[in-house]
Design a protein around this ligand. Structure first.
Ligand code: FOL
Length: 205
């Protein structure tokens, strides 16, 4: 019997913890930030391992069809209404009806490749909230978006720039770098097209 898989939440949020607007990301053109998301979620702890990305159905719908399923990752989609041909599953994507079922799926991997990968919760708000109640949820990788974009969806915990947020505590850049496996750019990173949206790189909580 194996220990349950650790879960890592990855999220980009404004200072008010805004994460979404009308079914998509509130911002456009944060290409380096999205590239960071893709690199971190793809990077597996060992050669020949594949990570899993777990998301709600609305987040799945928000991903441009050309990028779905997210490549080089096992995509697990949570939907109360399973697609026709039920419990649709291929090697790169699986649909389940709850986060608990997603965790069950991870606990009986179909192959060694998936057995050794990391598991990331990639949203949205409902799935983050459910995941935050699970003891398996060990860390949050937050990218702070410094421009105050309009949002109608919010991350369920307010993570402060400095210090505590309930039981969550901000970690050092060294701890972040060591876990993600890269030297994460430090300080304010400016990008975002014509009107640069400053984005500051992750906090590890
Ligand atoms: N975390 C962070 N840090 N940034 C995000 O943008 C983010 N987004 C989500 C969850 N956590 C995040 C959920 N939304 C794609 C689109 C939306 C999305 C997640 C992923 C997406 O299309 N990803 C492609 C990259 C495409 C590109 O290169 O532009 C991928 O391969 O990951």
């Amino acid at each position: 019997t194996m220990p349950p898989r650790e879960l890592t939440l990855i999220v980009a949020a404004t200072s008010k913890m805004g994460i979404g607007l009308r079914g998509t990301l509130p911002w456009t053109g944060l290409k380096k930030e999205m590239a960071y998301f893709a690199r971190v979620t793809k990077r597996a702890p060992s050669l020949g391992a594949t990570n899993a990305v777990i998301m709600g159905r609305k987040t799945w719908d928000s991903i441009p069809p050309r990028f779905r399923p997210l490549k080089e990752r096992h995509n697990i989609v949570i939907s109360r209404t399973l697609p026709p041909a039920s419990k649709s599953s291929s090697s790169s994507s699986t649909t389940v009806s709850s986060l608990s079922e997603a965790l069950d799926t991870l606990s009986r991997p179909t192959d060694a490749e998936k057995a050794s990968g990391r598991a990331f919760i990639i949203g949205g708000a409902q799935i983050y909230a459910t995941a935050l109640e699970k003891p398996e949820t060990k860390r949050i990788l937050l990218t702070r978006i410094l421009s105050d974009f309009e949002c109608d969806t919010f991350f369920p915990v307010v993570l402060e720039e400095s210090g505590e947020a309930g039981s969550w505590r901000r970690r050092s850049k060294e701890e972040l770098d060591a876990w993600v496996g890269e030297n994460v750019a430090d300080g304010e990173q400016e990008e975002g097209g014509t009107r640069p949206a400053a984005s500051r790189y992750p906090h590890c909580h």
